[in-house]
Design a protein around this ligand. Structure first.
Ligand code: HEC
Ligand code: HEC
Ligand code: HEC
Ligand code: HEC
Ligand code: HEC
Ligand code: HEC
Ligand code: HEC
Length: 266
């Protein structure tokens, strides 16, 4: 459901501050200013090639990683793909590698926030994954060294859900009565980062469900909600919809699927 982000060109550099050239978001061209990579006092960029000698594991599939496509070049035209997240590597390389001389974003999301500033806000919302407190990390859901940065996007939606159900096994199923919505992925109903709504839901009320279960207004009369046609039930929902959410007490309390009832009730 989210806007797919695309990009066309890489980078222009102004004295160390990087600006991503023409990024295509949906159909609109935007200029996005990206903040500088993490800073390491006294260090300069050496380029990703240098990292290969000692970190084959992390480098060998990097070519097809989302962030490699966006690889920055510094003003000496060195490709600083790796260093865009780990900070400049000269000191690290000089001492033959040590933990203290590189930034590791597993320990803190700050390195990611350098460029994805809006994400700090999402993770500060009252209902959000505990990333700021370190209980969950960006890399639990995102690839950094290979492939698409959003894990499990690809052939099947099942694999996208796997990213979530490795921690949330109760929602995994299989259920005797599956809810068709699960094929659209967990993000059909949840914002994976955080939300103002409880349970990180994308909507707080019946609209969560009516986005899919809504008949064209022309059939039911101007703008009137008539969920019945989509739900294929003779039950009139218009009065029920005023009583609360679709998933509150006595109604569709099993939005992920049910083992007892074919209308996602318990
Ligand atoms: C998009 C940001 C990003 C980029 C680009 C990136 N890394 Fe990483 N790197 C991470 C994160 C996050 C971790 C922590 C991963 C974890 O703990 O699973 C990490 C961990 C590491 C580690 C620690 C050992 C390990 O695997 O846990 C090494 C070494 C490393 N990266 C090297 C590299 C090299 C070499 C490149 C370039 C080919 C690179 N990284 C590019 C984000 C990035
Ligand atoms: C001469 C070998 C060598 C080179 C070149 C090298 N590293 Fe390392 N790197 C190491 C060693 C050794 C460690 C420490 C491993 C340990 O202590 O477990 C390390 C650790 C790391 C870590 C983990 C830091 C942490 O806090 O966990 C990252 C990230 C990393 N390197 C990234 C890079 C990047 C990016 C480059 C290229 C700019 C690079 N390294 C170049 C040898 C090297
Ligand atoms: C040096 C800047 C920079 C850093 C640091 C950085 N990113 Fe990105 N990342 C980008 C850019 C640029 C894009 C693509 C354009 C956009 O943001 O819409 C992107 C895209 C992404 C995407 C979206 C991929 C898609 O298919 O839509 C994810 C997920 C992501 N980054 C996660 C991370 C994580 C996690 C970290 C930290 C480990 C991180 N990034 C660090 C610059 C960065
Ligand atoms: C609980 C899993 C999870 C965690 C933790 C997580 N993300 Fe995401 N993120 C996702 C999913 C799933 C998507 C794809 C959303 C979609 O397709 O609707 C996404 C999308 C993105 C995107 C691209 C679309 C957008 O919203 O801009 C960026 C950038 C991103 N994440 C960055 C981050 C960063 C940075 C962190 C850590 C600070 C992080 N994410 C932590 C699951 C997660
Ligand atoms: C690394 C483990 C991990 C992954 C992966 C993960 N989560 Fe979570 N999730 C958590 C933790 C920890 C909490 C906070 C639990 C708490 O506060 O009781 C949480 C909370 C939630 C909540 C709120 C639960 C509540 O009771 O309020 C929802 C909804 C949720 N996650 C959905 C998702 C979705 C959707 C994905 C995949 C995009 C996902 N999670 C991936 C660990 C994870
Ligand atoms: C059709 C919409 C929908 C989809 C798709 C969906 N959820 Fe939910 N989820 C909900 C609703 C509604 C609630 C709130 C239930 C409540 O408060 O009683 C919820 C609650 C949760 C909770 C809190 C615990 C609970 O069960 O009440 C977690 C964790 C969660 N969902 C994870 C997931 C994961 C993981 C996926 C994908 C595998 C997913 N959800 C897909 C609608 C959905
Ligand atoms: C992403 C789209 C989507 C969302 C959001 C969604 N659903 Fe569904 N729902 C479906 C699909 C697809 C089916 C299967 C329809 C079919 O088989 O004819 C379905 C089936 C159902 C059924 C069974 C209907 C029947 O007669 O078999 C109920 C009840 C239901 N959904 C309730 C809900 C509730 C309650 C919510 C909100 C918590 C919700 N749905 C959100 C897509 C969605």
């Amino acid at each position: 459901m989210s806007e797919k982000t695309r990009w066309s060109k890489t980078t222009i550099i102004f004295g160390g501050i990087a600006t991503w050239g023409l990024l295509l978001v949906g159909c609109v061209m935007v200029d996005r200013t990206v903040l500088v990579p993490p800073n390491i006092a006294g260090a300069t960029y050496v380029g990703s090639k240098q990292c290969e000698q000692c970190h084959e594991e992390n480098t060998k599939h990097f070519g097809d990683a989302t962030h490699a496509k966006l690889a920055l070049k510094d003003n000496k035209n060195v490709d600083i793909g790796c260093e865009s997240c780990h900070g400049p590597g000269s000191l690290h390389v000089k001492v033959g590698g040590s933990r203290a001389t590189m930034v590791n974003p597993r320990k803190s999301p700050e390195a990611c926030f350098q460029c994805h500033l809006d994400k700090r806000g999402e993770f500060s919302l009252p209902n959000s994954h505990p990333v700021l407190s370190g209980k969950v990390s960006c890399v639990d859901c995102h690839n950094v060294h290979e492939g698409d940065a959003v894990k499990g996007t690809g052939a099947s939606m099942d694999s996208q859900n796997d990213t979530c159900t490795k921690c949330h096994s109760a929602q995994k199923g299989p259920f005797v009565f599956e809810h068709g919505a699960m094929k659209e992925g967990c993000t059909a109903c949840h914002n994976p980062h955080g939300s103002v709504n409880q349970r990180m839901l994308v909507a707080r009320d019946a609209n969560l469900c009516l986005r899919c279960h809504l008949e064209a207004p022309s059939v039911a009369g101007a703008g009137q909600i008539n969920a019945n046609a989509v739900l294929h039930t003779p039950e009139n929902h218009n009065s029920r919809l005023m009583q609360g959410t679709c998933w509150s007490a006595g109604c569709h309390e099993a939005p992920h699927g049910s083992n007892a009832n074919n209308h996602v009730r318990r």
